[in-house]
Design a protein around this ligand. Structure first.
Ligand code: 5GP
Length: 180
């Protein structure tokens, strides 16, 4: 593997959109597919967005030490498989991980050469509006996600780069400048 980039951002910040736009322009970058116990959202595809697995399967992977890192987020578990990262090493590919800030800081400990990038909202109010506008979460889930924003912002202080996502085009350009 040439380089590992870890991208985090509060939920609803639009990091998925920014990463997708980047990958369309630079398709030779690989995006890691994580495992999660979260329910599939409409339009998501198993094996593409995530590997959607059961609690039991997830726990088995943890027990067998199959994850590079894993974290509990908003009541669900998410993990990056070691095998995914090792395959990229073998194939000499650049890899992007889209994971939460706790996971990102853990990866940095294991792989100090990795580059941590945080995508921040222009404002927390705007983020709340975006989260609600998505209509994919219950009120309870939205409240939990809002509560996690503070922690994510705090963790981002230890990141290598912070991108403010005021406009997608700007954020993508920023990301290109950092990565390329
Ligand atoms: P969502 O449910 O919105 O897809 O993701 C919720 C959070 O989990 C996001 O911050 C996302 O980046 C994070 N996440 C996704 N996959 C992983 C993973 O493999 N490990 C960790 N630590 N976080 C992840």
């Amino acid at each position: 593997m040439k380089k590992l980039f870890v991208i985090s951002g509060s939920s609803g910040v639009g990091k998925g959109t920014v990463i997708k736009a980047f990958l369309e322009k630079h398709p030779y970058f690989k995006l890691s597919v994580s495992c999660t116990t979260r329910k599939k959202r409409e339009g998501e595809i198993d094996g593409v967005n995530y590997f959607f697995i059961s609690q039991e399967e997830f726990d088995k992977c943890v027990k067998n030490d199959e994850f590079l890192e894993w974290a509990e987020f908003s009541g669900n578990k998410y993990g990056t498989k070691k095998s995914f990262v090792e395959d990229c090493f073998r194939n000499n590919e650049d890899l992007i991980l889209e994971i939460d800030t706790k996971g990102a800081l853990n990866v940095k400990k294991i792989m100090p050469d990795s580059v941590l990038i945080f995508i921040a909202p222009p404002s927390v109010e705007e983020l709340e509006a975006r989260l609600r506008g998505r209509h994919t979460e219950t009120e309870d889930a939205i409240q939990r996600r809002l509560a996690s924003i503070k922690l994510e912002m705090e963790n981002s202080k230890h990141f290598d780069y912070i991108i403010i996502n005021d406009k997608v085009e700007h954020a993508v350009k920023n990301l290109e400048e950092i990565i390329l």
